[in-house]
Design a protein around this ligand. Structure first.
Ligand code: ZN
Length: 292
């Protein structure tokens, strides 16, 4: 009864998850909106025919640490629905389209989502319980597992806090957040750091052999990487810019306020770091397709 009343009054034609925020709403209504944010954080779509689920914006990936797709838009329009990736005759994923459109880790996740021949509905699943049904207790548990970022320690300046917040709220897995945080704190085992610990004899970048390998060089400044970052259109004008360290670079990236750019930056930087650790560089450039 309570729900019916509110639905009729505030979101007569949409679901509670889509309804816009009304600033003049009552206390109860404001509470519902707050609960809605929690549900959005902890729910993802079980794919049926995919016709009502947006590829970008709706959480359709089963990876619990991410919220939605971060791959840059390529061939499909921004508002394309998941059904554009599904072969109607199957039903099966159109593998070629999926691998072309998404970063490898996202393509792999999508292709791993089972599709049913039965006409199952697209359904929002709550991740906090085994049954997929929302309970207050599980929501509380989920919220409590996140660190409180509103009360910085005395040594934090506001800029540092905001830098950390931007990393924590990124829509990427925890291991990538952790990696980025270490890069911004200059605590990755770069050659500069290894030299300081007497683990290596020189700090020169192992790829270009020309400059000191600190984190901003290893992930961005190295000339070998220009081709990789060229892929990200909005960054092309910034390729020759000098950043004093990785934190400076990270702030520059977040200041651009391009949707999902921060996520893509984190993911690509992480991939570069893995590549650096995995292999030597033969040649002067690393094309994007060889990054993975
Ligand atoms: Zn280099």
């Amino acid at each position: 009864m309570f729900y019916k009343f509110f639905k009729a009054r505030f979101f007569p034609t949409s679901s509670v998850l889509e309804s816009g925020v009304k600033s003049n709403g009552s206390y109860a209504w404001q509470s519902i909106l707050k609960a809605r944010e929690v549900v959005k954080q902890g729910a993802y779509w079980r794919i049926g025919d995919g016709a009502s689920v947006q590829i970008r914006g709706d959480k359709c990936l089963p990876d619990m640490s991410t919220k939605h797709v971060i791959s840059p838009q390529k061939n499909l329009p921004m508002n394309a629905k998941v059904c554009a990736l599904i072969d109607e005759d199957g039903p099966r994923w159109i593998t070629e389209r999926v691998t072309q459109e998404f970063f490898p880790h996202e393509a792999q996740q999508i292709l791993g989502i089972p599709l049913s021949s039965n006409q199952v509905l697209n359904l929002l699943i709550w991740v906090g319980t085994k049954s997929g049904k929302y309970t207050t207790k599980s929501a509380y548990k989920m919220l409590m597992s996140k660190p409180d970022l509103s009360t910085p320690s005395p040594s934090d300046t506001s800029a540092q806090t905001s830098c950390w917040k931007r990393i924590w709220y990124l829509n990427v897995s925890n291991k990538i957040k952790h990696f980025l945080w270490r890069a911004c704190r200059e605590s990755l085992p770069t050659k500069k750091n290894l030299l300081a610990r007497n683990v290596t004899r020189n700090a020169l970048c192992k790829w270009c052999n020309e400059e000191v390998e600190d984190s901003v060089h290893a992930l961005w400044g190295c000339q070998v990487l220009k081709e990789v970052w060229w892929e990200e259109e909005i960054l092309r004008n910034h390729l020759s810019m000098h950043f004093v360290d990785c934190r400076d670079l990270w702030i520059g990236i977040t200041n651009l306020e391009e949707p999902n750019l921060a996520e893509r930056f984190a993911f690509v930087a992480w991939s570069i770091w893995n590549k650096r650790n995995a292999s030597g560089m033969h040649g002067t450039s690393l094309p994007f397709h060889l990054l993975y």
